[in-house]
Design a protein around this ligand. Structure first.
Ligand code: CAA
Length: 266
Protein backbone atom coordinates (compact mmCIF):
# COMPACT_ATOMS: atom_id res chain seq x y z
CA UNK A 1 0.00 0.00 0.00
CA UNK A 2 1.32 3.38 -1.05
CA UNK A 3 1.27 6.18 1.54
CA UNK A 4 0.16 9.58 0.31
CA UNK A 5 0.44 12.95 1.98
CA UNK A 6 -2.84 14.40 0.71
CA UNK A 7 -4.90 11.35 -0.22
CA UNK A 8 -6.50 8.33 1.37
CA UNK A 9 -7.04 5.34 -0.88
CA UNK A 10 -9.04 2.31 0.23
CA UNK A 11 -11.04 -0.43 -1.38
CA UNK A 12 -14.69 -0.68 -0.29
CA UNK A 13 -16.47 -3.59 -1.95
CA UNK A 14 -16.12 -3.13 -5.71
CA UNK A 15 -15.15 0.54 -5.34
CA UNK A 16 -11.75 2.15 -5.01
CA UNK A 17 -12.46 5.11 -2.74
CA UNK A 18 -10.05 8.02 -3.18
CA UNK A 19 -10.42 10.79 -0.59
CA UNK A 20 -8.65 14.10 -1.15
CA UNK A 21 -7.46 14.92 2.33
CA UNK A 22 -6.10 18.43 2.63
CA UNK A 23 -8.91 20.04 4.61
CA UNK A 24 -6.77 22.88 5.99
CA UNK A 25 -6.77 24.33 2.43
CA UNK A 26 -10.27 23.05 1.56
CA UNK A 27 -8.60 20.30 -0.52
CA UNK A 28 -7.17 22.82 -3.02
CA UNK A 29 -5.25 21.13 -5.81
CA UNK A 30 -1.63 21.85 -4.88
CA UNK A 31 0.82 20.46 -7.45
CA UNK A 32 1.99 17.83 -4.99
CA UNK A 33 -1.63 16.70 -4.56
CA UNK A 34 -2.17 16.60 -8.34
CA UNK A 35 0.94 14.42 -8.65
CA UNK A 36 -0.42 12.06 -6.00
CA UNK A 37 -3.74 11.81 -7.83
CA UNK A 38 -1.84 11.12 -11.05
CA UNK A 39 0.01 8.32 -9.26
CA UNK A 40 -3.25 6.78 -7.99
CA UNK A 41 -4.76 6.87 -11.48
CA UNK A 42 -1.63 5.32 -13.01
CA UNK A 43 -1.69 2.54 -10.39
CA UNK A 44 -5.40 2.00 -11.01
CA UNK A 45 -4.86 1.77 -14.77
CA UNK A 46 -2.02 -0.74 -14.27
CA UNK A 47 -4.14 -2.86 -11.91
CA UNK A 48 -7.03 -2.84 -14.41
CA UNK A 49 -4.74 -3.98 -17.22
CA UNK A 50 -4.32 -7.28 -15.31
CA UNK A 51 -7.92 -7.89 -14.27
CA UNK A 52 -10.79 -6.17 -12.49
CA UNK A 53 -9.73 -5.69 -8.86
CA UNK A 54 -12.33 -2.90 -8.59
CA UNK A 55 -15.17 -1.83 -10.88
CA UNK A 56 -15.38 1.89 -10.21
CA UNK A 57 -13.52 4.72 -8.59
CA UNK A 58 -15.22 7.04 -6.11
CA UNK A 59 -13.59 10.44 -5.67
CA UNK A 60 -14.47 12.60 -2.69
CA UNK A 61 -13.06 15.27 -0.38
CA UNK A 62 -12.29 15.06 3.35
CA UNK A 63 -13.28 17.51 6.04
CA UNK A 64 -16.97 17.98 5.24
CA UNK A 65 -16.52 21.56 3.96
CA UNK A 66 -15.20 21.01 0.47
CA UNK A 67 -14.88 18.50 -2.33
CA UNK A 68 -12.11 20.70 -3.75
CA UNK A 69 -12.01 24.53 -3.47
CA UNK A 70 -10.06 24.83 -6.73
CA UNK A 71 -6.53 25.30 -7.88
CA UNK A 72 -4.18 26.28 -5.06
CA UNK A 73 -4.39 30.09 -5.09
CA UNK A 74 -1.43 30.45 -2.72
CA UNK A 75 0.82 28.35 -4.95
CA UNK A 76 -0.47 30.12 -8.09
CA UNK A 77 0.37 33.55 -6.66
CA UNK A 78 4.07 32.85 -7.26
CA UNK A 79 3.70 31.26 -10.72
CA UNK A 80 5.06 32.63 -13.97
CA UNK A 81 2.78 32.36 -17.04
CA UNK A 82 4.75 29.34 -18.24
CA UNK A 83 4.47 27.65 -14.86
CA UNK A 84 0.72 28.34 -14.88
CA UNK A 85 0.44 26.70 -18.28
CA UNK A 86 2.33 23.67 -17.02
CA UNK A 87 -0.01 23.52 -13.99
CA UNK A 88 -2.99 23.57 -16.35
CA UNK A 89 -1.46 20.84 -18.51
CA UNK A 90 -0.71 18.71 -15.46
CA UNK A 91 -4.40 18.74 -14.58
CA UNK A 92 -5.36 18.13 -18.20
CA UNK A 93 -3.25 14.99 -18.19
CA UNK A 94 -4.82 13.81 -14.92
CA UNK A 95 -8.39 14.45 -16.10
CA UNK A 96 -7.75 12.76 -19.46
CA UNK A 97 -6.28 9.76 -17.67
CA UNK A 98 -9.38 9.58 -15.44
CA UNK A 99 -11.51 9.60 -18.59
CA UNK A 100 -9.39 6.81 -20.09
CA UNK A 101 -9.77 4.46 -17.12
CA UNK A 102 -11.83 1.45 -18.25
CA UNK A 103 -14.06 1.76 -15.15
CA UNK A 104 -16.46 4.59 -14.30
CA UNK A 105 -15.43 7.36 -11.92
CA UNK A 106 -18.06 8.74 -9.54
CA UNK A 107 -17.52 12.15 -7.92
CA UNK A 108 -19.15 12.37 -4.49
CA UNK A 109 -19.32 16.12 -3.91
CA UNK A 110 -19.90 17.36 -0.38
CA UNK A 111 -19.32 21.10 0.15
CA UNK A 112 -17.49 23.38 -2.28
CA UNK A 113 -16.55 22.26 -5.79
CA UNK A 114 -15.19 25.53 -7.13
CA UNK A 115 -12.92 26.33 -10.07
CA UNK A 116 -10.55 23.40 -10.48
CA UNK A 117 -12.76 21.42 -8.07
CA UNK A 118 -15.76 21.78 -10.35
CA UNK A 119 -13.51 20.92 -13.29
CA UNK A 120 -12.26 17.78 -11.55
CA UNK A 121 -15.88 16.70 -10.96
CA UNK A 122 -16.64 17.36 -14.64
CA UNK A 123 -13.96 14.83 -15.64
CA UNK A 124 -15.84 12.17 -13.65
CA UNK A 125 -18.45 10.02 -15.39
CA UNK A 126 -21.11 10.52 -12.75
CA UNK A 127 -21.48 13.36 -10.24
CA UNK A 128 -23.48 12.91 -7.04
CA UNK A 129 -23.80 15.78 -4.56
CA UNK A 130 -24.95 16.34 -1.00
CA UNK A 131 -27.56 19.02 -0.28
CA UNK A 132 -24.86 21.38 0.98
CA UNK A 133 -22.67 21.09 -2.15
CA UNK A 134 -21.89 24.28 -4.04
CA UNK A 135 -20.51 24.53 -7.55
CA UNK A 136 -18.99 27.39 -9.48
CA UNK A 137 -16.25 28.62 -11.77
CA UNK A 138 -15.04 31.74 -9.89
CA UNK A 139 -11.84 32.21 -11.92
CA UNK A 140 -12.88 35.60 -13.36
CA UNK A 141 -13.09 36.97 -9.79
CA UNK A 142 -9.33 36.32 -9.59
CA UNK A 143 -8.65 37.75 -13.05
CA UNK A 144 -8.21 34.21 -14.35
CA UNK A 145 -10.07 31.87 -16.66
CA UNK A 146 -10.89 28.18 -16.19
CA UNK A 147 -7.69 26.20 -16.63
CA UNK A 148 -8.39 22.63 -15.62
CA UNK A 149 -10.79 21.69 -18.43
CA UNK A 150 -13.88 23.79 -17.64
CA UNK A 151 -13.89 25.64 -20.97
CA UNK A 152 -14.45 22.32 -22.71
CA UNK A 153 -16.20 20.05 -20.24
CA UNK A 154 -18.66 22.49 -18.63
CA UNK A 155 -20.16 23.28 -22.06
CA UNK A 156 -20.34 19.59 -22.86
CA UNK A 157 -22.18 18.84 -19.64
CA UNK A 158 -24.57 21.77 -19.23
CA UNK A 159 -24.63 23.37 -22.68
CA UNK A 160 -23.02 26.59 -23.96
CA UNK A 161 -25.51 29.09 -22.51
CA UNK A 162 -25.38 27.91 -18.91
CA UNK A 163 -21.60 27.37 -19.11
CA UNK A 164 -21.15 30.95 -20.26
CA UNK A 165 -23.38 32.34 -17.54
CA UNK A 166 -21.50 30.43 -14.84
CA UNK A 167 -18.03 31.26 -16.18
CA UNK A 168 -18.74 34.97 -16.86
CA UNK A 169 -20.49 35.66 -13.54
CA UNK A 170 -18.45 33.34 -11.34
CA UNK A 171 -21.61 32.79 -9.31
CA UNK A 172 -22.02 29.77 -7.08
CA UNK A 173 -24.95 27.43 -7.52
CA UNK A 174 -26.39 25.06 -4.95
CA UNK A 175 -26.92 21.36 -5.54
CA UNK A 176 -30.60 21.80 -6.48
CA UNK A 177 -29.65 24.13 -9.33
CA UNK A 178 -26.71 21.91 -10.29
CA UNK A 179 -29.19 19.02 -10.55
CA UNK A 180 -31.58 21.08 -12.67
CA UNK A 181 -28.91 22.00 -15.22
CA UNK A 182 -27.47 18.49 -15.42
CA UNK A 183 -24.18 19.21 -13.72
CA UNK A 184 -25.02 16.59 -11.11
CA UNK A 185 -26.94 13.34 -11.52
CA UNK A 186 -28.39 13.03 -8.06
CA UNK A 187 -28.62 14.94 -4.76
CA UNK A 188 -28.45 13.09 -1.44
CA UNK A 189 -29.37 14.58 1.94
CA UNK A 190 -26.03 14.14 3.69
CA UNK A 191 -22.48 12.86 3.36
CA UNK A 192 -23.28 9.35 4.56
CA UNK A 193 -26.06 8.78 2.02
CA UNK A 194 -23.91 10.47 -0.64
CA UNK A 195 -21.08 7.98 -0.20
CA UNK A 196 -23.53 5.10 0.11
CA UNK A 197 -25.17 6.07 -3.20
CA UNK A 198 -21.77 6.31 -4.89
CA UNK A 199 -20.79 2.87 -3.62
CA UNK A 200 -24.16 1.35 -4.56
CA UNK A 201 -23.78 2.70 -8.09
CA UNK A 202 -20.40 1.02 -8.37
CA UNK A 203 -21.97 -2.23 -7.09
CA UNK A 204 -24.65 -2.00 -9.81
CA UNK A 205 -21.91 -1.48 -12.37
CA UNK A 206 -20.01 -4.43 -10.89
CA UNK A 207 -22.86 -6.78 -11.86
CA UNK A 208 -22.44 -5.87 -15.54
CA UNK A 209 -19.89 -7.16 -18.02
CA UNK A 210 -16.54 -5.45 -17.23
CA UNK A 211 -15.39 -5.19 -20.85
CA UNK A 212 -18.79 -3.85 -21.94
CA UNK A 213 -18.82 -1.08 -19.32
CA UNK A 214 -15.24 -0.18 -20.26
CA UNK A 215 -16.09 -0.16 -23.98
CA UNK A 216 -19.19 1.94 -23.38
CA UNK A 217 -17.27 4.50 -21.33
CA UNK A 218 -14.49 4.88 -23.89
CA UNK A 219 -17.00 5.03 -26.76
CA UNK A 220 -19.07 7.73 -25.07
CA UNK A 221 -15.89 9.73 -24.52
CA UNK A 222 -14.66 9.24 -28.07
CA UNK A 223 -17.89 10.27 -29.80
CA UNK A 224 -18.76 13.25 -27.58
CA UNK A 225 -17.29 15.89 -29.87
CA UNK A 226 -17.84 14.11 -33.19
CA UNK A 227 -20.44 14.87 -35.86
CA UNK A 228 -23.31 12.35 -35.85
CA UNK A 229 -22.13 10.13 -38.70
CA UNK A 230 -18.56 9.96 -37.41
CA UNK A 231 -19.84 9.11 -33.94
CA UNK A 232 -22.08 6.39 -35.31
CA UNK A 233 -19.11 4.88 -37.18
CA UNK A 234 -17.17 4.71 -33.91
CA UNK A 235 -20.20 3.15 -32.23
CA UNK A 236 -20.56 0.48 -34.93
CA UNK A 237 -16.87 -0.45 -34.52
CA UNK A 238 -17.20 -0.70 -30.76
CA UNK A 239 -20.41 -2.76 -31.12
CA UNK A 240 -18.40 -5.09 -33.35
CA UNK A 241 -15.62 -5.28 -30.74
CA UNK A 242 -18.17 -6.33 -28.13
CA UNK A 243 -18.86 -9.44 -30.22
CA UNK A 244 -15.23 -10.52 -29.85
CA UNK A 245 -15.36 -10.71 -26.03
CA UNK A 246 -15.96 -13.73 -23.82
CA UNK A 247 -18.13 -11.42 -21.72
CA UNK A 248 -20.59 -11.00 -24.58
CA UNK A 249 -20.61 -14.74 -25.32
CA UNK A 250 -21.31 -15.41 -21.62
CA UNK A 251 -23.97 -12.69 -21.48
CA UNK A 252 -25.85 -13.85 -24.57
CA UNK A 253 -25.65 -17.54 -23.60
CA UNK A 254 -26.87 -16.84 -20.04
CA UNK A 255 -29.86 -14.90 -21.38
CA UNK A 256 -30.92 -17.77 -23.63
CA UNK A 257 -30.40 -20.31 -20.81
CA UNK A 258 -32.37 -18.06 -18.42
CA UNK A 259 -29.40 -17.92 -16.06
CA UNK A 260 -27.54 -15.11 -14.34
CA UNK A 261 -24.37 -14.48 -16.34
CA UNK A 262 -20.97 -14.90 -14.81
CA UNK A 263 -18.65 -12.61 -16.76
CA UNK A 264 -15.03 -13.70 -17.30
CA UNK A 265 -13.97 -10.06 -17.71
CA UNK A 266 -12.27 -10.42 -21.07
N1 CAA B 1 -6.32 27.64 -2.69
C1 CAA B 1 -5.56 27.72 -1.57
N2 CAA B 1 -6.09 27.81 -0.34
C2 CAA B 1 -7.42 27.82 -0.22
C3 CAA B 1 -8.28 27.75 -1.34
C4 CAA B 1 -7.66 27.64 -2.62
N3 CAA B 1 -8.38 27.52 -3.74
N4 CAA B 1 -9.55 27.79 -0.92
C5 CAA B 1 -9.50 27.89 0.43
N5 CAA B 1 -8.22 27.91 0.85
C6 CAA B 1 -7.75 28.03 2.23
C7 CAA B 1 -7.95 29.42 2.77
O1 CAA B 1 -6.90 30.26 2.35
C8 CAA B 1 -7.96 29.17 4.23
O2 CAA B 1 -6.63 29.00 4.68
P1 CAA B 1 -6.11 29.75 6.03
O3 CAA B 1 -6.95 29.12 7.11
O4 CAA B 1 -4.67 29.37 6.06
O5 CAA B 1 -6.39 31.19 5.83
C9 CAA B 1 -8.65 27.81 4.35
O6 CAA B 1 -8.53 27.22 3.07
C10 CAA B 1 -10.12 27.91 4.68
O7 CAA B 1 -10.74 28.77 3.74
P2 CAA B 1 -11.60 30.06 4.14
O8 CAA B 1 -11.16 30.60 5.47
O9 CAA B 1 -11.59 31.00 2.98
O10 CAA B 1 -13.04 29.39 4.30
P3 CAA B 1 -14.44 30.12 4.16
O11 CAA B 1 -15.45 29.16 4.68
O12 CAA B 1 -14.39 31.49 4.72
O13 CAA B 1 -14.66 30.28 2.56
C11 CAA B 1 -14.59 29.58 0.27
C12 CAA B 1 -14.79 29.15 1.74
C13 CAA B 1 -15.75 30.47 -0.17
C14 CAA B 1 -14.60 28.29 -0.56
C15 CAA B 1 -13.27 30.32 0.12
O14 CAA B 1 -12.25 29.57 0.73
C16 CAA B 1 -12.86 30.58 -1.29
O15 CAA B 1 -13.41 31.47 -1.94
N6 CAA B 1 -11.86 29.83 -1.81
C17 CAA B 1 -11.34 30.01 -3.13
C18 CAA B 1 -12.31 29.46 -4.16
C19 CAA B 1 -11.81 29.77 -5.54
O16 CAA B 1 -11.74 30.90 -5.97
N7 CAA B 1 -11.47 28.70 -6.28
C20 CAA B 1 -11.01 28.84 -7.63
C21 CAA B 1 -9.53 28.88 -7.65
S1 CAA B 1 -8.94 29.33 -9.23
C22 CAA B 1 -8.96 27.91 -10.14
O17 CAA B 1 -9.39 26.87 -9.69
C23 CAA B 1 -8.35 28.05 -11.49
C24 CAA B 1 -8.58 26.91 -12.42
O18 CAA B 1 -9.62 26.70 -13.00
C25 CAA B 1 -7.46 26.10 -12.73
Amino acid sequence: EQAYRHLRVEQQGSALLVTIDRPQALNALATELVDELQHVVAQAAAALADGWPFRGLVLTGAGGKAFVAGADIREMSAMSPDEAQAYSQRMHRLTLDLERLPVPVVAAVDGYALGGGCELALACDVVFASETARFGQPEVSLGLVPGFGGSVRLQQRVGPGMARELIFTGRQIDSAEALRIGLVNRVLPDRESLLAAARETVELIARQAPTAVGNAKLTLGAVAALPTEDGLAVEAASFRDAFTTDDSRAGRAAFLAKETPSFPGR
